[in-house]
Design a protein around this ligand. Structure first.
Ligand code: IPE
Ligand code: IPE
Ligand code: MG
Length: 242
């Protein structure tokens, strides 16, 4: 396909890309549309970006879709987002199966509406045998909440005698986080210009390269994604060394 040609020059590919998909509301506002319309367009961007990941061989893509704090939004918007998520999953699952995408989710998933949870689990189940891109949706996700849940799980392991307190180090603790099965992100992208983490993957992005673009999420296209990856390739990662 012609659309894949511009990525041919990309030699250094991050194994795990995490994205704070921001700016749907502003995109809609600029057009005099309801915020929900921005979210609907944002879902289209997800399709483009997963495709772009496939083009260059990214192994893990984590998308911040709904934060712990997003429950504070007006009920109307929250309801619309939950409906959109359910629709997205229902519609995209056959495509994900075709494209060999394995769907996963992190966050306090039991906070989601029942029908959403059921659809999510069906989608995860029906893509579980896929071996291509692992697409991880962060839903009702908060980095602080994740760390707290990790601490509780760690204490439980110690109390049950499965783990000795003296053995706890950063690797052991990582195994108690929602992300225990995935490597840490190499590249963190945030759209729409905000210079903050907004409670996203606080522990895991310790050594991720940050890429912030003013583009609003619904406008973010494959070429924007490839540009972020090229910029990543130009960075010198030192991990505290020299
Ligand atoms: C990101 O877009 C989507 C979610 C947080 C669910 P926003 O809805 O935050 O859009 P802005 O930041 O108001 O433009
Ligand atoms: C972060 O965006 C959460 C998601 C993208 C899901 P927000 O729009 O909620 O973040 P703030 O409020 O600008 O920090
Ligand atoms: Mg926002």
């Amino acid at each position: 396909m012609a659309a894949t040609a511009p990525a041919k020059d990309i030699k250094i590919v991050p194994r795990h890309v995490a994205i704070i998909m921001d700016g749907n509301g502003r995109w809609a506002k600029e057009r005099g549309l309801p915020r929900t319309e921005g979210h609907r367009q944002g879902a289209e961007t997800v399709r483009r970006v997963t495709e772009a990941c496939g083009d260059i061989g990214v192994e893990y893509l984590t998308l911040y879709a709904f934060s712990s704090e997003n429950w504070k939004r007006p009920k109307r918007e929250v309801d619309a987002l939950m409906r959109l998520l359910e629709q997205f999953l229902r519609k995209k699952t056959p495509e994900m199966r075709e494209q060999n995408i394995r769907l996963q989710a992190i966050g306090r998933l039991h906070d989601l509406p029942k029908t959403c949870q059921e659809q999510l689990h069906r989608s995860i189940e029906s893509t579980s045998q896929n071996s291509g891109l692992t697409l991880i949706l962060a839903l009702s996700y908060g980095g602080r909440e994740e760390i707290l849940d990790g601490v509780k799980s760690l204490i439980e392991s110690i109390e049950r005698g499965h783990l000795d307190k003296g053995m706890v180090d950063t690797d052991v603790f990582s195994k108690h986080l929602y992300t225990r099965y995935y490597p840490d992100p190499d590249l963190l992208i945030r759209t729409s210009g905000e210079l903050r983490l907004s409670n996203f993957l606080l522990w895991q992005v310790s050594y991720a390269e940050f890429y912030i673009t003013p583009k609003l999420w619904p406008d973010f296209d494959k070429e924007d994604f490839f540009e972020a990856v090229r910029e990543y390739g130009r960075r010198q990662r030192r991990f505290g060394g020299v």
